[in-house]
Design a protein around this ligand. Sequence first.
Ligand code: ADP
Ligand code: MG
Length: 229
Amino acid sequence: MEIEMQKAEKLHVLGELAASIAHEIRNPMTVVRGFVQLLCSREVSEEDKRYMKLIIDELDRAEEIINDYLSLTKPQIEKAETFDVVEHVRHIANVLSSCAKPRNVEIEMKGDSSCSLTTNQVRFSQVLVNLMKNGIEAMTKGGTLQVFVCRKDEHVIIEIIDTGVGMTRDEINRLGTPFYSTKEKGTGLGLMASYRIVQLMNGKIQVDSEKGKGTCFSIILPQSSRKEI
Ligand code: ADP
Ligand code: MG
């Protein structure tokens, strides 16, 4: 019993340590990103521009992995704020267009403009980015990723619909389990973190998918989740 306790305590300390290292690593990464971006704005060859874009993309990928990981190990106390969902989703769609374009994916948005949400915006964005990126990555032949925002009773529903590879029932059941990924460069952290965040927001994620046809992920959130996460 005593030994078990020690083991649990050690694991806890390890988790805390990993979380603080991940947190600290973000700062130098931000500095590197800033300087590369500065170099990018100068007169450089097209080839060098391409390399710099690769550096920035990879830095962003590392940052996303750290963020997903951190939201698992250390759910921070962060403030809730009220914002317009459609406007925010549109902003995220714009940010993601740079990763959609090279894959021949268009992002189409439709939504009820009077839809507001009170929650932690950074965490909400993290879930959106994860789900939309998965949709884009699933459409190996290109296509249109549709995003719908609507309000139902006291809830906001965001549907992310792709026409990609789809999943079998077994595959759907494995979603969100630790480190489950079918991608060469995948981490399996994205959905794990997203499910956790949405759960902390008192919401849920529903999945509807057909192998070879596509997938619809629905994020259902109470309009106000004032509870701080
Ligand atoms: P990663 O994207 O790093 O693989 P995720 O946790 O985001 O990790 O997703 C886990 C797995 O779930 C993916 O590797 C993929 O097999 C499956 N998946 C998630 N979203 C979709 C989707 N829209 N269409 C098909 N498969 C998906
Ligand atoms: Mg992913």
